[in-house]
Ligand binder design. Sequence first.
Ligand code: NOJ
Length: 561
Amino acid sequence: MSEQWWKESVIYQIYPRSFHDSNGDGIGDIKGITEKLDYLKKLGVDVIWLSPVYDSPNDDNGYDIRNYREIMKEFGSMGDFDELLEEMHQRGLKLVMDLVVNHTSDEHAWFVESRSSKDNPKRDYYIWKPGKDGREPNNWVSAFSGSAWQYDEKTDEYYLHLFSKKQPDLNWENPDVREEVYQMMRWWLDKGVDGFRMDVINFLSKDQRFPDGEAEPGQRFADGGRFFVQGPRIHEFLQEMNQKVLSKYDILTVGEMPGVTVEEAKKFTAEDRNELQMVFHFEHVGLGDGPNGKWDNLPWKMTELKEIMSKWQKGLEKKGWNSLYWNNHDQPRAVSRFGDDGQYREQSAKMLAVCLHMMKGTPYIYQGEEIGMTNVPFPSIEECRDIETLNWYEERMKDEGVDSAKLLEAIYARGRDNARTPVQWNGSEHAGFTTGEPWLSVNPNYKEINVEKALADPESIFYFYQKLIELRKQEETIVHGDYQLLLEEDEEIFAYTRSMKEETLLIVCNFSSNAQKRSFGNITDGKHQQLLITNNRKRTGQENLSEVALQPYETFVYKLT
Ligand code: NOJ
């Protein structure tokens, strides 16, 4: 497969609202990011993906865009943005924007026109339908609870919103909509941005019959996913976007795709199909989902995680490209979800980093992950800010006999605000994030976990990530080697190899809080071994790998030649 810069890069995601506030209004901003570029440079990342910074009424924190060509007032001005881009490029950093074009805000000028009358030229920019038997046009549920349709009195019709009612879905069947989006994309690319992360991009094409989903007994709403997840024209739309826009620039493209399968991902990312470079799938972060989705938070097994990761590694090996992530602004914190955020926080955060960064694909680090930030036990629903969480809680509380403590427990485990608490920069008030009142409270553990402390400790998680990123630049097997899972049935150890030419990397991760013993003799036999990285200070590199003792959450990588 061909070599490209985005395969060798490590990407850092910034959720601007929570990153760093430069003006004391309690909300992170663009100048705040510019002030921290040297920190990110020190970490060693190559690319920054910015969650949306466009003008927005913030029903969904910027994922509801009112004007694609303006910057959100709370975040600063276009001048601030241009300065950020320039400062990044000067440091050799690339900037990837969030592209949210499945929907806009209901305050976007297109929608304001669209809803004004049935014969407005922009009516068809969105998806309008008359009601059926005095109810919604179909039974689809919104991702943020309730019907996916909103009645609009003015024209006596409903519009589709797969997310909040302030996020009406654009009508991609309309060529004018597509042309407007392409123009807007070119506008940003001509400014010099280096790519797009595309929000729910596999939802663009809807089955034009808009059939009902299959409702559970007694339920009014149903998941309509099979009528819009990889809908009928999705590949056509992305090929058109590629041909008209993406192919004209040397950029990075990654599609966020809930519900995508390996087979579909091959189509989206195969080089000869000219669609996207990589996708975010949701299978590993969906572990433990039940009939009520993530809020069920059921137990899951390590072998399931290994099976999912390996399926994607093998599936895209020669046919596409993986993006690698444990968490982002929609997911709980990696160390809380997949590691141990108590006694073994540091050990397990490092172990998770190795496990992910040694796989084949482009790794993503979510802000704060590099210092091992954790989930937050919000004491009450009043502390939460996320629309998904708040709507779900309100909906559930309508049912009789619901225990609010149980709901909060689920929110603590899986809610999106876990990832959105401000980055913990130091031990001063509000963790040095703001001099004002933060829009979402700081995690109370900020005195213990913060950037200043991490930078002062040569053994910190931060420097471990730094080393991993350096390794990627030195060892081409990390980027291009083939993946092979070891110890498939093991419920504690995630071990695999990456091989290329005469070289093999052996990656071993203990996902348990117990010491373990395993043998890797059949792989290391007769080979020269070099220890590349480990979180076990006592490991010398000379160990006999045919009988190896692992500490709780230990990880190591040996290069065998
Ligand atoms: C996915 C984004 O990551 C999430 O934050 C947002 O709420 C939805 N798409 C809707 O835009």
